[in-house]
Design a protein. Sequence first.
Length: 350
Amino acid sequence: MKRFIAKSLAGFFLVAVVVAVWLWFDLRNFLVQPLSVPEEGFILEVKPGSNLTRITQQLAKQDILSKPRYFIGYARWYQHMDKIHVGDYLIEKGSTAESLLQQLAQGKVVQYPLTLVEGWTFEQMLQTIAEDQHLLHTLQGLDPAVIMQHIGYPGIHPEGQFLPDTYLFPRGTTDVAFLQRAYQAMQNYLKEQWAIRDTNIPLQTPAQALILASIIEKETGQVTERQQIAGVFSRRLAKRMRLQSDPTIIYGMGERFDGNIRKRDLSLESPYNTYRIFGLPPTPIAMPGRDAIHASLHPDPGDALYFVAKGNGSHYFSASLDEHNNAVIKYQLKGRKRDFSTYQQDNHAR
């Protein structure tokens, strides 16, 4: 009887070993076999509150995972069950169950781009953010001052405070987190540039540099001219001359601007009308990019006090009002001499 029991146990043990070995090899084969993924890949969206069991069931239902129990069992064995990060995962052609589990555990989610463009206003930036389908929107319809409170900077005017750049982020990132990142990027860059500024510029604070940079940004789209224009504005500030910048008038007019600046607009009472006020307006008028900020802190030397648009995207720079007025006649009035807003006053035209 004892011999029979011993033989039975030995037989059972042998079968168990064979089954275990078979299961192990079957598991290993499952883990290294390519998943049933389309040529273009497959986006797996992991939402907040999802767990590996639910994700596995979803993948099995879509015929991507053939043996979901193996997948869950392997994850439990290696304690990956609680390491699933929220976001979109790109499962590429050729991915295996093992590589997918590592991808989920490491949080290698798809990063989506959103570009903030130099020269945009805060309103334009908010509109672009609101239209992005990958962000989680929590700020829509809120007043700008309230938005600044939500992102942790109450009392700060939002215009120009966010650094133009292309930002990458996973699906589900909140608009609050996105704005905090862009805001901090601007403050970091401004601080960095302020520390290495030219010592003879007529600016007292980084905030003034940001305001001037925003005007430079709106005055020209040519990177090569920004330091020249910064030089003009810096000399005018040092000489207590009005900046007389058209973009500041346009910003101050807001929705009233119809594409043209008229003579009466030059007399508009506005803190942004640099044809009337001395010095800088109270806030930036747009988001300046890195080049414009650098230019505001490193203006070109020279004697130019005026510039006029030549019609080809570039500007003509002048040291005297007479030279400037002649440039206006040549480039703006097609050679016809007649009265214009800059003709008899200390001014510049675009």
